[in-house]
Design a protein around this ligand. Structure first.
Ligand code: SAH
Length: 372
């Protein structure tokens, strides 16, 4: 739907060039973009009246034309291990989840790019929810803005959020129109200033997305592989029928060829009796021997209704051993926030249908409106 004349643009989702265009359209100098980025993202100011280096007249025009509106938090859960999960309301009565994972040397924020997902990976709980819509850039950046303002930008002189991963709900490569500016804002020194290796885009293998993102912008690429052979991978990740493994690996090679510092992280969820045997590990080694990469083994996280189970510790260890012996760097991801269902693939409220979720969001918002 085209934006009506009365619709205000949400400045939270504009990167530097988007803000420059916005200010030039207002008859202002482009450098206003720099001021606005700092006010919004570094000082967390959303009220134009506090933006003291802007003239009163400009502040008034901003109030007429634009808004700075982050999503609202409708619930916050803290895990025993320090992981925090927020359910954030988005326009239209939907909600997405955002997870903060603190570790001694870094703090990772896992953000969503779509409401639900359309890829139907058979072992992922987000798939059970279906697809509702793409998030806007403001809603994507809004998750980071909210987490940073809620947690505080710094603690003991250290940044709280050092890494951002697009590994929440949705397929980021199918929403590049919003992911691109969001990435620009995360990387911008006047906003979050994250280095390229600290912003990871994870994809189930959307080749055109990988190719178009490989040019120009820098980011870390993660690919959800889960199987090295087409037959098995197509069963786990139906998108594989469209973009088969050999083509996907070729796209990954093109990505790494663009810059000698680039490497791909392959995510591999370990599912008992499905993809966790030594022959699967050997097939993986054959596929990946030709490009700079590392493997991240993710113990499968069960959710209600799934027929799958997590591989045993022995199977995971054996799998890791085989890939390491072949010279690949293989790590096993620690499962975090299990007690609050914040682990990979569990980013959906238990047993809630989309309409139940919408109802929950409406109820929570109504309660907040009464409380405030
Ligand atoms: N659509 C993107 C972003 C989601 S990232 C992608 O597929 O990469 C979420 C990661 O967790 C993916 O690697 C996904 O395959 C994995 N995952 C999904 N469900 C899981 C589960 N139940 N247990 C462990 N990992 C899971």
């Amino acid at each position: 739907m085209p934006a009506g004349p009365e619709e205000k643009v949400n400045l939270l989702g504009l990167d530097r060039s988007g803000l420059e265009r916005f200010f030039v359209d207002l008859g202002e100098k482009p450098f206003r973009a720099r001021q606005m980025l700092q006010w919004i993202h570094q000082r967390a100011v959303t009220d134009y009246d506090e933006m003291t280096d802007l003239s009163l007249a400009l502040r008034q025009r901003l109030a007429e034309r634009a808004k700075i509106e982050p999503p609202r938090i409708i619930s916050e859960q803290c895990s025993e291990d320090g992981t925090v999960k927020w359910l954030m309301a988005t326009e239209g009565g939907n909600a997405v989840e955002t997870v903060y994972i603190p570790e001694p040397s870094r703090g990772t924020l896992c953000i969503s790019s779509q409401v639900g997902c359309m890829l139907n990976c058979t072992f992922c709980s987000t798939a059970t929810q279906g697809f509702s819509r793409n998030l806007t850039a403001a809603e994507i950046v809004g998750q980071v803005w909210l987490a940073a303002t809620t947690l505080g930008h710094e603690r003991h002189g250290q940044r709280r959020i050092t890494n951002v991963v697009f590994m929440g709900m949705g397929e980021p490569m199918l929403n590049l129109e919003a992911v691109r500016p969001a990435l620009g804002i995360l990387r911008d020194d006047l906003a979050y200033g994250l280095a390229s290796r600290r912003v990871t885009i994870s994809t189930a293998g959307v080749i055109p997305g990988i190719d178009s993102m490989s040019e120009g912008v820098e980011f870390a690429l993660a690919v959800s592989l889960h199987a090295a052979e087409n037959e098995l991978r197509s069963r786990l990740v139906p998108l594989n029928r469209k973009y088969p493994v050999e083509d996907l690996i070729a796209a990954c090679k093109r990505y790494t060829a663009g810059n000698h510092r680039r490497s791909v992280t392959f995510e591999y969820t370990m599912i008992e009796g499905v993809n966790d045997r030594p022959e699967h590990a050997r097939a993986l080694v054959r596929r990946l021997s030709c490009l700079p990469c590392k493997i991240n083994l993710i113990p499968f996280n069960p959710f209600p209704g799934t027929p799958f189970r997590c591989s045993s510790d022995e199977a995971i260890y054996e799998f890791q051993k085989i890939t390491r012996a072949a010279g690949l760097i293989t790590t096993v991801r620690k499962t975090r926030g299990e007690d609050i269902d914040a682990a990979c693939g569990q980013l959906v409220g238990k047993l809630l249908t989309p309409s139940q979720r919408r109802q929950l969001v409406q109820q929570q918002l109504a309660r907040q409106a009464v409380a405030s």
